[in-house]
Design a protein around this ligand. Structure first.
Ligand code: ZN
Length: 188
């Protein structure tokens, strides 16, 4: 297992539509394991395949000690509204308030290829919506108003020089020290 480089904003792979997984193979389970390791190395709570340069429709989520490996996840029900301050492992140090559904029900295949449903509110619900967005080339900044989006992109201009190849390289145990509550809670 190894920690994978994370594609950052500007990398075309983040804007690609993913391809549904037809069979959950050992190779895909190994990819999911590496995505968990990468996510944890970055102190994240969710990670989608495009963020590690892949096009499989796969994301991993870990909220409140509960881990989810989700192939082909789709939202099949949603209710209510909330606003949440989100960040993204692919847009380090940039945060924004996003309107999301307050509750979602997601259908997916688990790591054994078995159908599974996951319901989430608050942090889990937001994380599921954020990761499923990634699988369709959408980023949280796309949900911001024109002005807030412009502010976020300006903040990113100050950050992106740290990632000359549009890749964020992490090492095992080399965790980002979360500087704010949201950096520990909202890195998706
Ligand atoms: Zn993200």
């Amino acid at each position: 297992m190894s920690v994978l480089p994370i594609a950052v904003l500007g990398s075309p792979v983040l804007r690609q539509e993913t391809v549904p997984v037809t069979v959950v193979t050992d190779e895909l389970r190994a990819l999911a394991d590496e995505m968990f390791e990468t996510m944890r190395a970055a102190s994240g709570i969710g990670l989608a395949a495009p963020q590690v340069g892949r096009t499989e429709r796969l994301c991993v989520v870990e909220v409140a000690g509960q881990s989810y490996t989700l192939f082909n996840p789709e939202i099949i029900a949603r209710e209510g509204k909330l606003r949440w301050e989100e960040g993204c492992l692919s847009i380090p140090e940039v945060f924004g308030w996003v309107n999301r559904a307050a509750w979602v029900k997601v259908r997916a295949l688990d790591r054994d290829g078995e159908p599974v449903e996951v319901e989430g509110t608050e942090l889990l619900g937001v994380c599921l919506q954020h990761e499923i967005d990634h699988l369709h080339g959408r980023l949280f900044i796309d949900h911001l108003s024109f002005l807030k989006r412009r502010q976020a992109l300006a903040a990113w201009e100050d950050e992106k020089g740290k990632y000359p190849d549009l890749l964020r390289i992490l090492k095992p145990g080399d965790t980002d020290a979360p500087r704010t509550a949201h950096a520990s809670e909202g890195q998706l």
